[in-house]
Design a protein around this ligand. Sequence first.
Ligand code: HEC
Ligand code: HEC
Ligand code: HEC
Ligand code: HEC
Length: 341
Amino acid sequence: MKYGLAFIAIIVGSLLTLAMMLQWERPPMASTQLGPRGVGMVLTQNPRTEAILKSKNIAPESDPPAQLSGIKVKDSPDYQNVKVLGDIDVEEFNRLMGAITNWIAPDEGCTYCHNPENMADDSLYTKVVARRMLQMTRQINTMWTPHVQQTGVTCYTCHRGHAVPANIWFKNDGPPHAEGMSASRQGEGLASKSVGMTSLPYDPFTTLLAKGAQIRVDGTEALPTGKPGASIHDTEVTYALMIHMSEALGVNCTFCHNSRQFASWSESRPQRVPAWHGLRMVTDVNETFMASLQGTFPKNRLGPLGDVAKVNCATCHQGVNKPLYGVSMVKDYPELRIPNP
Ligand code: HEC
Ligand code: HEC
Ligand code: HEC
Ligand code: HEC
């Protein structure tokens, strides 16, 4: 009997160890010191994962520059229904049509967005979406330079040769659950990919990627005397978002924070500033542009709760601190900025 229990304990112990080992990444790891000595601000990266990321995040070569004709699209009788790109040269326009085909639908070609009988026709929803995406991309490259700097983005930054970007999010109610007393999961308690396989709230986006959201949980006093601080749930949602941000950029918390005091800006790294702008940019992209396409997308493109697909940090970053390792594609496609804003 005594040995029986010991035997079971050994088996359980080995299984637990094995389960833990499956979470491990084998050494050697590469580490880079990010902050002052002795404060543990170190970026730890797995060189094998980095090699895979490097091969996946390569910007394609740009087409040779257009030979400008001197005629603007809006002045040419050949174009009937151009609402966004009227201010560019017709040759730039044709070159851009070729490029967006490669960035969005390389296999389908022009007909992914166009009725081949009549290019001016707007009957395909993909063309209507693409027109709004042109405005969105121009807005990001012109109004959101505190985040994207002069590096900017093109359709490829998110799409990478696919009509639906690899990283998008929908409102998430979680899987079906019991009724009654055990009905509410409070949106957490499941290992979710969106938050790095932790059991933190799996949809931190709906509440925190919204205008006016307070991503602030630290109290400013030792005792809860002044204004009431954030609830445990709000704190968990904030941490869930922070894990998403770290995973999306392939970094850890100390890429932006000194973890002795997460709230303190003076002890944070400068990288926390573009991240702050990034949070506001993503909210603008979702609330101004994606939401306006709610009625345009067909049902099969909507989420389980009927909402339109939305953008988060991973949509552009895809595991890297600067999308495509900071290579600027928009410098070869200046028409993706608002001309003379
Ligand atoms: C991802 C969607 C998409 C793809 C693929 C695409 N286009 Fe377009 N195209 C558009 C949008 C959006 C407009 C309207 C732009 C505007 O309103 O400023 C447009 C407009 C046009 C027009 C102007 C029609 C008119 O008279 O109003 C022409 C010509 C055109 N595209 C040619 C092409 C060609 C040729 C290809 C393939 C090489 C192509 N497009 C691929 C989205 C696309
Ligand atoms: C910031 C990220 C981002 C950028 C930049 C971006 N898109 Fe999108 N795009 C999205 C998201 C998110 C969707 C919604 C995915 C879906 O269709 O379910 C989408 C959908 C589309 C669709 C509809 C595809 C389908 O089959 O439903 C088209 C067409 C499109 N984008 C064209 C463009 C063009 C053209 C550009 C560049 C001018 C562009 N996008 C730039 C994020 C982006
Ligand atoms: C890419 C930069 C970045 C990374 C990585 C990051 N954070 Fe943050 N964090 C921010 C920014 C920016 C804010 C402030 C957001 C705001 O004010 O809207 C913030 C806010 C916070 C806050 C709230 C502080 C307060 O004022 O109450 C906490 C807590 C926090 N982060 C923890 C973490 C943890 C834990 C991690 C790692 C899992 C992490 N962060 C990773 C940028 C980052
Ligand atoms: C529309 C695409 C896009 C989205 C969405 C996006 N970023 Fe970025 N981000 C960029 C680009 C482009 C750069 C490179 C700017 C540069 O060259 O400095 C960048 C740079 C950064 C940097 C600076 C990195 C460094 O090494 O200096 C941080 C931090 C960052 N982003 C955080 C975020 C966070 C956090 C989110 C989500 C809240 C986010 N980004 C969403 C496009 C995007």
